[in-house]
Ligand binder design. Structure first.
Ligand SMILES: [Ca+2]
Ligand SMILES: [Ca+2]
Ligand SMILES: [Ca+2]
Ligand SMILES: [Ca+2]
Length: 329
């Protein structure tokens, strides 16, 4: 009888599948009693064996890694044999690889690796967020949950942007990754991003490089206002527009020592600003003024540096000052 032959054929195929007995004929056929139309997994198996009625081997790592019914769980995962070696994992949950309504429990994706926690104004920030999902056949999508407007997050998890001069830090960034399981599971990664300044980034914000490289050099004075680019960087002034004179009349402390305050950026940890004083314009012999730093508004990117001469005006007939800007390693 034809149906008896069919039963034998189904039976040996079921035995070729890890945990094949759990769903029996329904692994491959829409009807649980077997025969008739095949489900997506049955179609795939039929494709592999090429319609042969012989017990052709078909189960292996390749078929295990596919998701025939498109439910977000690999065939191997559904049958409790994720690597497809034919040896099911003891105690594994078994679901039907041919039915999208029969699914595994959805596990949440997990972020891996540490984010890049520093962005430089004027330079591109780029961090590739990476996550893994225990459900190997699921797709993952990333979204930005929290962060500054200059920062974007692609669906693939690429976190990019260029902070500008006015973008102060630190800022909190949160990225979410979501799988396409049902119901979907997600995870979040939150980090604190320091937004710092470096001269190289500032040059790119104010000059067209590389064409204007000479004009953008630290010692150059692009706008001819007597302040070098390095000094304009330190004080946050526009290097393309002459400033009002910065050398306002200095004050004197009760001991007659010259004092002078200037606003200096405090978002560049390497920046050092000194006031050098000399009895004449040759600056052949200089003394470095004492430096007092105050930060009236924390996190606004600025601090006040007050310089004080080491000698009283009663001792010296004339004083000439120059600002020295340098970067400590
Ligand atoms: Ca599946
Ligand atoms: Ca399934
Ligand atoms: Ca998942
Ligand atoms: Ca200048």
């Amino acid at each position: 009888m034809a149906s008896a032959v069919g039963l034998v054929a189904r039976d040996f195929r079921v035995n070729q599948l890890p945990n094949g007995r759990v769903f029996g004929c329904a692994n491959c056929h829409i009807s649980p009693s077997g025969g008739g139309a095949r489900n997506p997994f049955g179609n795939r198996v039929f494709q592999i064996i090429g319609g042969s009625s012989a017990p052709v081997p078909f189960w292996g790592p390749g078929l295990a890694a596919e998701d025939s019914d498109g439910d977000g769980y690999c065939n191997g995962e559904e049958l409790g044999d994720p690597d497809g070696d034919g040896q099911p994992l003891p105690g594994a949950m078994v679901s039907n690889p041919g039915s999208a309504s029969s699914r595994q429990t959805n596990a949440a994706p997990v972020f891996v690796g540490a984010p890049l926690t520093e962005a430089v104004k004027g330079l591109p920030y780029e961090f590739q967020a990476t996550a893994v999902d225990p459900n190997a056949c699921q797709g993952l999508a990333f979204v930005k949950v929290e962060g500054p407007t200059w920062l974007t997050v692609s669906t693939q998890g690429l976190v990019t942007g260029v902070p500008s001069e006015g973008d102060a830090g630190p800022v909190t960034v949160t990225v979410e990754v979501r799988d396409n399981g049902s119901p979907a599971q997600s995870a979040r990664l939150t980090w604190t991003l320091q937004v710092v300044s470096r001269f190289e980034g500032w040059q790119r914000l104010h000059f067209a490089l590389p064409g204007e490289a000479a004009l953008a050099a630290p010692e150059a004075d692009a706008d001819g206002d007597g302040l070098s680019n390095a000094a304009e960087y330190a004080m946050g002034t526009d290097p393309r527009r002459p400033n009002l004179p910065l050398w306002a009349v200095p004050g004197f402390d009760p001991e007659g020592r010259l004092t002078w305050s200037v606003q200096v950026r405090d978002d560049d940890p390497q920046l050092v600003v000194d006031l050098e004083l000399s009895p004449d314009l040759t600056f052949g012999s200089v003394t470095v003024a004492e430096r007092l730093v105050s930060d009236p508004v924390p996190w606004d990117g600025w601090k006040i540096v007050t310089f004080r001469d080491t000698r009283s005006r009663l001792e010296v007939p004339a004083r000439f000052g120059r600002l020295r800007v340098r970067w400590s390693p």
